[in-house]
Design a binder for this molecule. Structure first.
Ligand code: CA
Length: 227
């Protein structure tokens, strides 16, 4: 699954915190805006890959914000967070250019699944399975298995190792700069020292095979691409 920078526009503090904790646990860095004014500020300062949008904010309506975005030509995927009694708003939301919606109260695991689906579409990788030699990587279920003559053997990865592997899989055959990998680990609040990435990469190679990840000195890392 691709890692995405997510803008969460939600004014209800406990829901905002819970959603934010969930998406960061999934490895996506996020910005939390409790007003539309703050949301506009975040959009001006950084580029986001997905917006989770509440419909009623203290300084305006989410739908107006969405229409404004689309009118400016933004294609950023938007998932609307809506209450059960707002069916008409939901339809209006889809008409206004939303990609999906979630009905409150929603299960956080459902939120993760919807975000993952958008992430895969965004990465142009709608199939959650990636095969690399005898490795089979399930980016939705977050598992890696190796096919052996005795059947499938599961390989256990730590959350950090998984986060780095995902960042590489997102760009198969392309160089992923070290800075992007560090940013990925920061989103877990991990201390990132000067050799943290090397240590994790060395463990990943031990688990997955020495030839799976290539180091390009001074540039970054690249995952092997199977044709
Ligand atoms: Ca609200």
């Amino acid at each position: 699954m691709a890692f995405m920078r997510i803008l969460l526009v939600e004014d209800e503090p406990s829901l905002g915190q819970a959603v934010r904790a969930q998406i960061e646990k999934d490895g996506h860095p996020s910005d939390l805006a409790p007003t539309l004014a703050e949301a506009r500020g975040y959009l001006a300062a950084a580029s986001h890959d997905l917006i989770l949008l509440d419909l009623l904010l203290p300084d305006g309506r989410g739908l107006d914000f969405l229409r404004e975005l689309r009118a400016k030509g933004s294609n950023v995927p938007v998932i609307i967070l809506t209450a059960l009694d707002q069916v008409a708003n939901r339809i209006a939301g889809l008409n206004a250019g939303a990609d999906d919606y979630l009905v409150k109260p929603f299960d956080l695991s459902e939120l993760s699944a919807r975000v993952s689906a958008v992430a895969r579409r965004y990465a142009g990788q709608p199939n959650p399975w990636v095969t690399l030699g005898d490795l089979r990587i399930d980016t939705a279920g977050r598992s890696v298995t190796r096919g052996t003559t005795d059947g499938e053997k599961r390989i256990d990865l730590t959350a950090s190792e998984w986060a780095l592997l995902e960042a590489l899989i997102q760009r198969p055959g392309m160089i992923v700069p070290r800075s992007r990998l560090e940013e990925r680990l920061y989103s877990f609040n991990e201390e990132v020292g000067s050799n943290t990435i090397e240590v994790h990469m060395s463990r990943l190679r031990k688990k997955l095979g020495a030839d799976v990840i290539e180091t390009l000195r001074g540039l970054g890392y690249r995952i092997r691409r199977d044709n």
